[in-house]
Design a protein around this ligand. Structure first.
Ligand SMILES: [Fe+2]
Length: 192
């Protein structure tokens, strides 16, 4: 059942905040793509698309600020959001997307969802760029799962994190199809 919680920030405010902290356009696109997948996952689970979408949009808020320091990533972003009165549920799930670096553990569906969602964006972009037309609409779910099995392809993208979709109860094939569809819906915005 869906529980409506006040996120404590609007989508417009979140986007403005993101743009004051991130200058890299590719990183902003990555955040927008993560948002789209999180919204689709929330619908799939009967959860709150606004809460889940905002967690996706804001998860890398501190990325440039912490200069990729794994011991601070997620923590700084969560702190900024908490100070702004954003829902602690969003702040906490953002911390947990870097549970590895912060010495935490993921346990909820929301936490596993953000981790697999934000990670698969990298795989989908990499596969899209292999296609001659570089259009996300040309990508089939099977091409993504196939490339995932090739270790040297987009090697920086953690397969283990993508596979956390199974901890949310969604099999990989379905998760890939859902993610592709979600990103296709904002393809223009992503420039893909
Ligand atoms: Fe990310």
């Amino acid at each position: 059942m869906s529980t409506v919680t006040d996120p404590g920030i609007t989508r417009d405010e979140a986007m403005n905040l993101l743009k004051t902290h991130l200058k890299n356009e590719k990183l902003i696109s990555h955040c927008v793509a993560s948002e789209a997948i999180m919204r689709a996952l929330a619908v799939r689970f009967g959860e709150d698309p606004e809460m889940w979408g905002l967690a996706g949009l804001l998860h890398d808020l501190d990325y440039e600020m912490v200069n990729e320091d794994p011991a601070r990533h997620g923590e700084e972003g969560a702190r900024i959001l908490e100070e702004k009165g954003v829902s602690p549920l969003i702040a906490d799930v953002i911390r947990k997307h870097n549970a590895e670096g912060l010495g935490l553990e993921r346990s909820t569906v929301f936490e596993h969802a953000l981790t697999c969602a934000e990670t698969i964006t990298g795989m989908i972009v990499a596969v899209t760029l292999v296609y001659p037309d570089k259009k996300i609409a040309s990508v089939k779910p099977k091409s993504v799962t196939k490339r995932m099995k090739t270790p040297h392809f987009a090697r920086a993208v953690s397969r283990e994190r993508i596979m956390e979709c199974e901890k949310t109860g969604i099999p990989l094939n379905e998760f890939v199809a859902l993610s592709l569809e979600a990103m296709s819906g904002i393809a223009k915005e992503l420039g893909l």
